[in-house]
Ligand binder design. Structure first.
Ligand code: CA2
Length: 167
């Protein structure tokens, strides 16, 4: 009979020995970043954030693909299609964070490591932002660091993948 460690290893998706491929998804209204409510969301545009992710990815030896949609189904489709194409996910689901069982199900089904990302710190805001429906399907969360949250989440996910590849 296989040892517990051998069984655990066989059950999970393959480790990344090559350049990790990361898919970053942003949800509804984040296309407005840098144009409204700078006191909450800062002055950087989403294009700025995507450029920073690509540059930091280069430094870390990772390929980053970044997309945004206002549509829950589109985000679910991208998550579902990520298997075999990407090694891990960064997800700022925006308002869907607090409502979407569909995104939770999509993350569970794809079984890729996902880091939940928020620009603000939802737990320090209105009560309706305190619950995340997607958190139980994520390996970690980075929130409250402004748009740096995306870059910090990328760094954490690359380390997470490297650590898994070593074990
Ligand atoms: O802090 C975050 O990143 C959020 O995911 C942002 C969501 C909010 O519903 C979450 O509770 C926390 C809102 C995204 C809306 O994006 C805008 C960006 C600029 C201006 C207006 C909205």
């Amino acid at each position: 009979m296989a040892s517990t460690k051998a069984r655990k290893t066989a059950d999970r998706p393959r480790s990344v020995a090559r350049r990790p491929r990361i898919l970053c998804l942003s949800g509804p209204n984040l296309q407005l970043l840098g144009t409204r409510e700078p006191e909450i969301y800062g002055k950087e545009t989403l294009a700025d954030v995507h450029a920073r992710l690509a540059a930091r990815g280069e430094e870390l030896g990772a390929d980053v693909t970044a997309r945004q949609s206002n549509h829950e189904g589109q985000l679910c489709d991208w998550i579902g299609e990520a298997r075999g194409q990407f090694d891990g996910l960064l997800l700022n689901a925006a308002a869907y964070t607090h409502t979407s069982l569909a995104l939770f199900d999509a993350l569970k089904a794809v079984a890729l490591p996902c880091v939940e990302v928020h620009i603000s710190n939802p737990e320090a805001r209105e009560a309706y932002r305190h619950v995340s429906k997607i958190a139980p399907a994520c390996v970690a969360k980075v929130s409250g660091f402004g748009t740096d949250s995306y870059v910090l989440a990328l760094e954490g996910l690359v380390r997470w993948l490297a650590k898994r590849a070593r074990t």
